[in-house]
Design a protein around this ligand. Structure first.
Ligand code: FMN
Length: 392
């Protein structure tokens, strides 16, 4: 029987003025259930499940800072003040469960105007238009599509760049008004910010392109705009595709340089993802060679932490609670994010607690669970134990 307080996974972490009760984070996951960008009861129930399971930090899916930044008509948004109220209800539920409420904001850039994954993930076309969902022209750093057959995006003008930077700042302001305590900026997976960072996609000849300094400018201006509108006592994470997995693409040395600049602008941690600059999704590069191995992005989190001493979040096929613990114990990351595993087992944090405590002490195995569930399960356990004893 391990005391949970002795584990890394169930130890608190303080970032600025916010203390997470444990290191389990539910990663942002788009649900494609919104109308006009509004969160609704689907999102409340979806995110509430993870909070009732005592995840330390639960992120909303990406909240798009502009309507044209939506990947589908059903994406959630944060482009108008009216979006705040239903999000506030979610933040309040998470907090009531003891979970820190987090929001992710972003802009899908050239991956906008698509079908839902289970409808094919293709760019919207005439058939979709006939069903009332006409395509719109996405934006990017450069007017090149991010995958074969995808829409040709419009390269952002300098004037439009300033507008989008402001939209990120306003999105952060609305997330603060909704009561979220942690913000994650989506700068990965071939979305808008990533198209500026990567030399694969950024072919601009102005101050926002060219060398690494130019390509980083847009991301850094966004970080600055967000820090103006986001409370000084609340932390911000930046989600990066740490490497492009593409020839002559964005590499780890670029990520280290960017992370240092982001830290200087008040970003507290790097959320370490990868891929997505070309192809339908961030895992497309693995399609040729089979799926990625467990913890495939952990080395990026470890390298940033080791070389910069900056906090990091590891994500990507972390499913085993003992693996999660070892990543933290070996100093490879500060936070463990789970996405698909949370869909498979929304009670993952509670099951991870049992996995670490061991089942030997059946009278205490539900001690970490919310008493609303744990008391009854403990009672059932006691009765089973008595029944066993009587049978012997
Ligand atoms: C249904 C689903 C929706 C996702 N939506 C987002 C999103 O809104 N923002 C984001 O940054 N990543 C998104 N991702 C990526 C996940 O956050 C995560 O990085 C990825 O799934 C790898 O973690 P996993 O192996 O634990 O699933 C999504 C993943 C899934 C499965």
């Amino acid at each position: 029987m391990t005391d949970l307080a002795a584990t890394h996974l169930f130890s608190p972490l303080t970032l600025r003025g916010v203390t997470l009760p444990n290191r389990v984070v539910v990663s942002p996951m788009q649900m494609y259930e919104s109308e006009d960008g509004f969160a609704n009861d689907w999102h409340l129930a979806h995110l509430g499940r993870f909070a009732m399971a005592r995840a330390g930090l639960v992120f909303t899916e990406v909240l798009c800072v502009e309507p044209r930044g939506r990947s589908t008509y059903r994406d959630c948004g944060i482009w108008k003040d009216e979006h705040i109220a239903p999000l506030r209800r979610i933040a309040e539920l998470l907090r009531r469960c003891g979970t820190v409420p987090g929001a992710q904001i972003g802009h899908c850039g050239p991956k906008a105007a698509r079908q839902k994954p289970w409808d094919g993930l293709r760019p919207l076309g005439s058939e979709d238009a006939a069903k009332g969902e006409p395509p719109w022209r996405p934006i990017a750093s450069t007017d090149e599509p991010s995958a074969d057959g995808y829409h040709v995006p419009e390269a952002l003008s300098l004037q439009e760049i300033a507008r989008v930077v402001d939209a990120f700042g306003q999105g952060a302001r609305r997330c603060a008004a909704a009561g979220f305590d942690v913000l994650d900026i989506h700068a990965a997976h071939g979305y808008l910010i990533h198209t500026f960072l990567s030399p694969v996609s950024n072919k601009r000849a102005d101050a926002y392109g060219g060398d690494r300094k130019g390509r980083m400018r847009f991301a850094l201006e966004i970080a600055e705009a967000i820090r103006v509108h986001w409370p000084a006592d609340k932390p911000i994470l930046f989600r990066l595709s740490c490497i492009d997995r593409y020839e002559a693409g964005w590499e780890m040395a670029d990520t280290l340089a960017l992370a240092a600049e982001l830290r200087a602008r008040g970003i507290d941690a790097i959320d370490c993802s990868s891929g997505g600059i070309r192809g339908a999704n961030s895992l497309a590069a693995f399609d040729r060679i089979g799926g990625p191995p467990p913890g495939y992005q952990v080395p990026f989190a470890a390298e940033i932490r080791a070389k910069l001493g900056m906090a990091t979040m590891a994500v990507g096929l972390i499913t085993d609670p003992h693996h999660a613990e070892s990543i933290l114990a070996e100093g490879q990351a500060d936070l463990i994010a789970i996405a698909r595993e949370a869909l498979y087992d929304p009670n993952w944090p509670l099951h991870a607690a049992i996995a670490h405590q061991g089942k030997q002490d059946s009278q205490r195995q539900f001690a970490y669970w919310p008493p609303n569930y744990g008391w009854w399960l403990q009672y059932r356990e006691k009765q089973q134990a008595r029944r066993e004893a009587a049978r012997r």
